[in-house]
Structure formats: C-alpha cells, structure tokens
Design a protein around this ligand. Sequence first.
Ligand code: TXD
Length: 317
Amino acid sequence: MARKKISLIGGGQIGGVLAQLCALRELGDVVMFDIVEGLPQGKMLDIAEVGSVDNFDANLKGTNDYKDIAGSDVVIVTAGLPRKPGMSRDDLIEVNSKIMTSVAEGIKQYAPKATVIVISNPLDAMVTLCQKITGFPYNRVIGQAGVLDSARFITFIAWELGVSVKDVNAMTLGGHGDDMVPLVRYASVNGIPVMELLEQKYKSAEKAKEVMEAMVKRTRGAGGEVVALLKTGSAFYSPASSAIAMAESILKDQKRVLPTCCFLQGEFGVNGYYVGVPAVLGENGVEQILQFKLDAEEQAMMDKSVAAVKSLVDSMK
Ligand code: TXD
C-alpha cells in the first residue's frame, strides 16, 4: 500500500508540532509549505534526522513551492497570524483573509483531491473562505476547533472530579469564539452525568451548578488563558493534536465522531454557514453530521454562537 501524503501549509508553531505528530504516528509522508525561506526545510530536516531514534518511516520535505503538495490526501492549514494578548480571534480577519486567499489558490491548483482541515483563525470565517476559493465540495473542507474546545472542557471536568481524562466524555458545539456551546447535559463520566457527580460531591445542586458554570466559562476563555500566559503567540500543542485526530480519522477511514466545523444545510436549524457540530470523519471527509435535539437553553446558546459566526462571515462579503 502506498503511503498517504499529508501537506501542512504554514510551518510555524502549530505546523511544527503537526509535522512531528504525523511522523511519530506514521500517518504518511509529510510536506511542509511556508513562505519563509529555510523555515520549513529546517524544521523538516530536524524532525527527519531523528527517525531512527523515534522509530518512524516517513519522507519529510520542507518547501516554498506549492508544486510539492501535489497528490496530497490531506492538507492542514495553519498559515496566518496568531493573536497577541488582548486580541480577539476576530481581530485577525483582515490579515488572515489575505493569507488564506493565496493558500486556498495554491491548494486548488496543486492538490485538488485533498481533504482540507483549516486551523487558522478566525476559524469559522477562514474555513468559509477556503471552501469558496478552492470550490471543493463542502465535505472536503472542514475546520478544527471543536476537538480542542471539547478536550479543554473534558480536562477541566476530569481535574474537578479527580478522574482520568480518558473516562470523561463531553462536547462543545457552535463557533470557535467566546460564545461556543459546551454541552453540559451530555457531559459524562463513562455515561454517568457529570452534573449528578458534582451534586454528590458538593451535596448541593446549587453549588454543583456554580462549579459547572465556572468550568464552562473557563472552556470558553481557554484559548485566551494560554495567550495571556505565552504573551508571544497562542496555543500550539493542543490545536495540533486535535487536528491530527481529525486527519487520522480521514486517512485511516476510522469514522470517528468528532466535533468538526462543517458546512450546515439545515442541520441544527442553520443554513449556509460553517459551524461546529458532531461529524463522522472518514475517507470522504465529512460522511455524516449527527443531529440531535437541543433543549431550549442549548438552542438559545447555539443561536447566539451562530449569530456571531454569521456577522463575522458576512463582514467578509
Ligand atoms: O484551534 C484552533 N483552530 C486554533 C487556531 C488554536 C490556536 C491558534 N489557532 C490559529 O492558528 C492562530 O490564531 C493562527 O491563525 C494559526 C497559526 O498559529 P501558529 O501558532 O502556528 O502561528 P505561527 O507560529 O505564527 O505560524 C504561522 C505560519 C508562519 O510560519 C508564517 O510564515 C506562515 O504561517 N505564513 C504563511 N504560510 C503560507 N502562506 C502564507 N501566505 C503565509 N503567511 C504566513
């Protein structure tokens, strides 16, 4: 079986971790593209030179030429500026739209069969733009936000309850902004509702609610919390791992159910916008969107988050 090919557009902080994870997991051969001369070549050489130590077989190539992404199965885009302390993701829209325009043209020309996973911020708008310019089918242009936002929510729940993160299940939907929708009702420890466990822990429904609200708030602001600490950039290990879970599900046709920024055509009452929802990811990209009924409170949060996505996306027109 021929190896798969993964191309990374953007060789910055997230791009570097993506390349290393692709190699460590032997997902396929990897090309890293960046406009900075020497940067992708240097990073890929650096990773390639420990193949014997890390025990992987993969060809790693850094490049400044889009031609090298030809034949990619999956392309992951991180090109674009990250935010600085005090900035919102939306503040990046002007500069990153310009970058995304050139990136999407390169992908369209040289990797027309690829499934594209966008990471660049503001996420929901950048995925929308990437799909428009490539003209690829909606199921092959998606965005990473929900896997990370959900993982953050899961982490806070696990810490609070003193249980392994592996046994916590929780999901966030909606846009990748401060209005994202962490789903409290479906958060569980191996199926046991988290709210029930919090009520037992605190012997008070009111206190349990307070503790959950604090975790929801921290989840919504978790990206900003890291930015404030780092001062010079934003989270990079966690978005890379999250996108790799999506890429792996596509490359290996795993059909995992991952919260994914997908183009909605009526699902969850949304039509014609990219929004985070649970999706089955396989060799055809988004193979299904899993729908379920939101309660009134959840729907109101979803509507608010979608409204924020719409106003940002519409501002690009
Ligand atoms: O979960 C998520 N979706 C995210 C997204 C979580 C955290 C950060 N997220 C966003 O990813 C962040 O706000 C940025 O918009 C992107 C990339 O973040 P990263 O931390 O990797 O940024 P860097 O280190 O600045 O890297 C960006 C690279 C850098 O090497 C530039 O030279 C390159 O992008 N760049 C380009 N590459 C290709 N083509 C063009 N035009 C280009 N312009 C810049």
